[in-house]
Design a binder for this molecule. Structure first.
Ligand SMILES: [Zn+2]
Length: 195
């Protein structure tokens, strides 16, 4: 560990013990040979008023089973993230009630890095959603032309913003809907009945 009060930083240096055996992250094959190591850095939670980071040389394994060379997964961060897991928990929690630009000021990073983390967890949450109990769908005209739709599902409606062709294809039979969508897209004016 290196502590530099002048720059306000604490740096934790992690190392893999010589002879450490890893599994292939791609196929799970056990103990493929280590190909090389890559220096990686992760922004971690602050320690008191000091910015903390974790640094490690992470092994990449060359797998004979799946023929891929892959960086092993470290226990303190998910792959392709520059934040530790604990930092990600804090960032996502804050983003529920704060603007991303404000949240990004906490670890002194760009908005884009916080958005990258949010995108990952939002996509993950969407993938786990279950729409099997949806009984009705409402289209939200006032939001055109960005066009939004909501699934009415108790206790909360679910909002999403797919492109109009996708909605048209998914929910509406052709002759009736082509007129209705002209209306929604503004050709007949929102709120008017389709011709
Ligand atoms: Zn493999």
């Amino acid at each position: 560990m290196a502590f530099d009060p002048q720059s306000g930083r604490i740096d934790f240096h992690r190392a893999f013990a010589s002879g450490t055996r890893c599994s292939c992250p791609q196929c799970g094959a056990e103990h493929p040979p280590v190909h090389n190591t890559l220096e990686r850095d992760w922004r971690h939670l602050n320690c008191f008023q000091f910015q903390a980071s974790i640094h490690a040389k992470v092994p990449r394994v060359r797998c004979g089973t799946c023929a891929k060379t892959t960086q092993v997964v470290v226990p303190w961060a998910r792959p392709n993230s520059g934040f530790s897991l604990r930092m990600e928990v804090l960032l996502v929690t804050l983003c529920k009630t704060m603007a991303v630009s404000q949240v990004a000021q906490l670890p002194s990073v760009s908005d884009g890095r916080v958005w990258h983390t949010l995108d990952h967890y939002v996509d993950q949450a969407h993938a786990q959603e279950d729409f099997s109990t949806v009984t009705s769908v409402g289209l939200d005209e006032p939001l055109f032309p960005s066009f939004s739709a909501s699934f009415h599902k108790e206790p909360h409606p679910i909002f999403f913003n797919p492109p109009p062709p996708l909605i048209r294809e998914a929910f509406c039979p052709a002759p009736l809907v082509s007129g209705a969508f002209c209306c929604i897209r503004g050709e007949g004016g929102p709120g008017r009945l389709p011709p």
